[in-house]
Design a protein around this ligand. Structure first.
Ligand code: FES
Length: 459
């Protein structure tokens, strides 16, 4: 019998094993060697961040939708007590945070752990995996709520490192102010370079989710059609990918970018009608995951630089397609408003349309879908205005402003007009405001809640 040392395992196997680890164990693994450190910073391992929970021993790493959204009152109260104890201690201790007399306090050490974890996350993790992060849950964070937390502004600027952030939960962070929302809005503002990059299609991961949404969440077929460019002469190319492998493809591309070696075998991948030349040799768009994925597969399947997948590089019809069984039809039409994207699913029989408008596409990086400011009672209309500026939040579906006592219908109207995807069922604000969608929006969620602000508490 021959034995294999763990260091000899292929990268894919190691990564698969890493998926079973909690964040703390992952960080420990990252200290084993530089190779493991790189692997532990693979983006798909860090899609959803819960620093508040992690600091208290709950190492859940799945999507927020799978969590019970309403936390237990006792748990929240203990967090608030921790925050208060820590704040008082922090004020008394001035800058000396290693005061031995406080080490016995469980509450303070939990808050300290959270602060340390947040700092580590901001300084070491987000720069490496920020582009893969989808969710950040900071609900009831004692650190974010601490006025003394000097790194707080850094959190908001760090959100700029998470261009694909979809879920931000700040429930119960009572120190959140208009200034914070302004920072958040600015952090999501695309840079000139991003704007330039976004003239080509968004990354697969973003597109994946958008099309899934259009298709009612079905993973049966994912298809997108790229814009016709001007440079190459080949008429059409279609790539077929297995959707379940998209995350792996992104990982492989990421390792490839870092100079590592990874050769996943046996992936379902078909390229038709390769040919033509590509300008990618001259101008690679290093900012887009699609570029890495594509170049990886080009090398693997001997396609050379022929099929870069960039709409701006190649002419002719070109599509990148991911199908779980070829049970779908797709085609595009071009109109004055841009290319229209049609998909017909054989199972559902329904027809989905995405207006693949180049102008809309430039907002892809303002990808927030869920924002909870429940209990953030310091927020005013100025904060809402800040969120509505710079293109608003085009994909926002869930907005919780329960307990925001100082906002008015004017501020709400302004924000809602910049959130075209808002779902009234998931739109919460104070019952005393006669704001937008008053008949269909949900009311304040904090009426029966003893631990988040509400103008009717005590009634
Ligand atoms: Fe007014 Fe809750 S904030 S009803």
């Amino acid at each position: 019998l021959c034995s294999t040392h763990i260091s000899q395992l292929p990268t894919e196997i190691l990564l698969h094993l890493f998926r079973y680890l909690g964040p703390e164990d992952l960080c420990h693994c990252g200290q084993v060697s530089s190779a493991w450190s790189d692997l532990a910073k693979t983006g798909s391992l860090w899609r959803h961040l819960y620093p508040v929970r992690w600091a208290r021993g709950d190492h859940y790493r799945g999507p927020p939708a799978d969590l019970n959204q309403e936390p237990e009152e006792e748990w929240v109260k203990s967090l608030q007590d921790e925050g208060k104890a820590y704040q008082e201690w922090d004020e008394d201790a001035d800058v000396d945070e290693s005061d031995e007399t406080c080490e016995d306090s469980l509450a303070i050490s939990s808050a300290q752990r959270e602060k340390k974890l947040l700092n580590e996350m901001i300084q070491n993790l987000l720069p490496a995996v920020g582009s893969s992060v989808r969710s950040i849950v900071l609900a009831y964070s004692s650190t974010v709520s601490s006025m003394q937390f000097i790194a707080r502004p850094i959190i908001w600027s760090s959100l700029g490192a998470c261009p694909s952030l979809e879920h931000l939960d700040l429930s119960g962070c009572e120190k959140i102010t208009d200034h914070t929302l302004k920072k958040l809005s600015i952090s999501q503002k695309r840079s000139d370079r991003q704007a330039k990059l976004l003239k080509s299609p968004p990354p697969i991961s973003l597109l994946d989710e958008r099309i899934l949404h259009l298709m009612g969440g079905s993973r049966q077929a994912l298809i997108f059609k790229q814009r016709t460019g001007t440079r190459c002469s080949s008429p059409s190319r279609v790539w077929v990918l297995d959707p379940s492998e998209l995350a792996d493809i992104e990982d492989a591309a990421e390792w490839n970018r870092r100079g590592g070696v990874s050769t996943p075998e046996g992936r379902g991948f078909v390229a038709t009608k390769p040919g033509g030349s590509c300008c990618c040799r001259r101008s690679r768009r290093r900012g887009l995951r699609t570029s890495y994925s594509t170049s990886y597969w080009q090398q693997q399947y001997g396609l050379g630089e022929a099929c870069c997948g960039h709409s701006t590089c190649c002419t002719g019809e070109m599509a990148l397609r991911a199908c779980g069984g070829l049970q779908c039809l797709s085609y595009t039409t071009t109109g004055s408003a841009g290319a229209e994207f049609w998909t017909k699913c054989s199972s559902g029989g329904q027809r989905c349309l995405e207006l693949y408008n180049r102008t809309d596409q430039s907002d892809a990086r303002r990808s927030l879908r869920f924002l909870s400011l429940s209990g953030c009672y310091r927020v005013t209309d100025l904060g809402l205005r800040a969120l509505s500026q710079r293109g608003g939040l085009p994909f926002l579906e869930h907005l919780n402003l329960s307990g925001c006592l100082l906002i008015t219908e004017v501020g709400l109207q302004e924000l809602v007009s910049a959130c075209p995807a808002l779902n009234d069922e998931h739109f919460y604000y104070c019952d005393n405001i006669n704001g937008p969608h008053a008949d269909t929006a949900s009311g304040c969620q904090n009426l029966q809640c003893g631990f988040r602000a509400c103008c009717r508490s005590g009634e």
